[in-house]
Ligand binder design. Structure first.
Ligand code: MN
Length: 515
């Protein structure tokens, strides 16, 4: 892999100004200087200064047109994990919002890879739990892109392959489900050579041979289309060729109907037409079909029927005067932005000046949150037979009532809101519940009745000799599992102390006073 150029603060600011003129460049500069100092002396395995990794991450976030806090958090995403910077310091220097984003990235990093199925399930839960902080996922994606770009410097072949595989099977899958087509393609193509070197080499050779031959035809066809477009489209439009990503090409080549015959892949190079509105899309499609005969069965109206991840465009495949078969994709500028950036394109709000910054300002607006839930819904549609039930579940269960807490090994435990370490212990194992005497929550010792929140990493402290729960726990546990186990054991070992009956969900006055 070619060595990446060194990115400077100036480069970063230039990209930011181009993509988000409202971005607070002073804050970015502060974050840059803070991060550079914190990582001083640390090196990447590739031999470059560690901080370059953070600058590249932030740079990719800027390309996604993300906001000040996300880019700053990109610059700072490793300072808690890899430097001696405490979350408290970060909060003092950069405020709650950036600190929370960095904490989110750090927590995601704690998920351990132990078998793909379990990991996917864990990540899925975490993603849902963090739906309102989708920006954490964006940072993680960009972090991963740079890690893949420098992956050949990693000394361990098995780890290289594992990281690459995880990128294709998890990160790219999530990016795709979030409609982030550009990033999905990038993650897959960067990981491809590490996962399957032979397949990559074979695909690349085929592709390059074919693209060289096809290029002149495509250029000629684009010129031929220009007059038709000028006539049909009232406003401004764009037309360009797009090359197929290598990983998706490899997937297609393996299909039985293609069987490594690259001439059967019709969208190797596609012509993309981007127009102002939907009427233009259909207008252009009609005008093209009048001149160039469409191939039967290859006209797809993803505008009327979007793909599961929200993708919208018209696709058709036509025969050119040069007897070439070419796919044309027609979409509006908005659809194009959505197809490239997906959920990130929905992350738009007015940046507010420092003095009026409040946490709530940065929570997605209602309509945007609905968009996001729509995204989540589309994501689940393929896997879930009953999407309506899932939407209801998201609303009532995931968002309103559930939290996701991590074990020290990186497994996600799903608990009701306000659950305590005792609930957590019983959710893992009855014996762990019975013998727990304390809990470490995010590395601090916390009382057994403390309230856990999503993303907390909880370690239960046990006393092996102890096999019996305390009747006091009944006053604060939130899950039926914990309550039932405690009751059944107490009946066996000791007379049950009178427990004040209370309705489910009623808050406990004693604990409220304490917290
Ligand atoms: Mn990182």
């Amino acid at each position: 892999m070619p060595k990446l150029p060194i990115l400077t603060l100036k480069d970063l600011l230039a990209t930011i100004k181009k993509n988000n003129p409202e971005c607070d460049c002073d804050l970015i500069t502060l974050a840059y200087e803070f991060g550079e100092k914190a990582h001083a002396g640390q090196m990447r395995m590739s031999g470059e200064p560690y901080f370059q990794h953070c600058v590249w991450t932030a740079h990719r976030l800027a390309e996604l047109k993300l906001d000040t806090a996300t880019i700053a958090a990109g610059l700072l995403h490793d300072v808690v994990e890899d430097c001696a910077v405490s979350p408290a310091t970060l909060r003092k220097e950069f405020g709650d919002e950036i600190c929370e984003l960095v904490a989110g990235v750090t927590k995601l990093g704690k998920l351990k890879y132990r078998g793909i199925e379990r990991y996917v399930e864990n990540l899925r839960k975490m993603t849902v739990a963090m739906a309102e902080e989708i920006r954490v996922i964006f940072i993680k994606f960009c972090d991963r892109v740079h890690n893949l770009k420098t992956l050949d410097a990693h000394p361990e072949p098995t780890k290289r392959k594992r990281i690459a595989q995880e990128s294709i099977e998890i990160y790219a899958v999530i990016a795709n489900r979030l409609g982030m087509g550009e990033l999905k393609g990038e993650l897959e193509d960067l990981a491809f050579p590490f996962v399957n070197p032979q397949g990559f080499a074979k695909t690349k050779a085929l592709f390059e041979a074919k693209v060289k031959v096809k290029k002149p035809y495509i250029d000629r066809f684009i010129k031929l289309l220009e007059p038709t477009l000028k006539e049909t489209v009232k406003g401004s439009y764009k037309i360009h060729g797009r090359l197929k990503h290598l990983y998706t090409l490899w997937q297609k080549l393996q299909k039985p109907e293609v069987d490594w015959n690259i001439d059967r892949v019709y969208d190797l190079i596609a012509v993309r037409v981007i127009v102002p509105d939907i009427a233009d899309c259909y207008g252009v499609l009609g005008a093209i079909h009048q001149t160039y005969p469409p191939m039967p069965g290859r006209i797809k109206d993803y505008i009327a029927t979007p793909k599961a991840n929200g993708y919208q465009s018209l696709h058709t495949t036509v025969l050119t005067p040069d007897d070439q078969i070419i796919e044309i994709q027609i979409r509006t500028f908005q659809m194009h932005e959505d197809a490239e950036h997906g959920a990130a394109a929905h992350w738009t709000y007015k940046e507010t000046p420092n003095e009026v910054r409040e946490k709530d300002t940065f929570v997605l607006k209602n309509s945007q949150r609905l968009d996001w839930i729509q995204h989540m819904l589309r994501w689940q549609q393929r896997a879930q037979e009953n999407p309506e039930a899932f939407l209801t579940k998201i609303k009532t269960d995931f968002f309103a009532d559930r939290i996701f807490v991590l074990t020290p090994r990186g497994d996600v435990i799903d608990l009701p809101r306000e659950a305590t370490p005792v609930d957590f212990a019983y959710a893992i194992h009855t014996d762990l519940g019975h013998s727990c005497t304390g809990a470490m929550v995010n590395d601090s010792i916390m009382p057994l009745d403390s309230v856990l929140s999503s993303g907390d990493i909880v370690k239960i402290i046990v006393d092996k000799k102890r096999k019996k729960p305390s009747s006091d726990w009944l006053e604060f546990v939130k899950t039926n599992t914990a309550r039932d186990h405690i009751r059944s054991v107490l009946k066996l070992h000791a007379p049950v102390r009178a427990v004040r009956p209370r309705a489910n969900g009623q808050t406990n006055s004693r604990r409220q006073k304490r917290s």
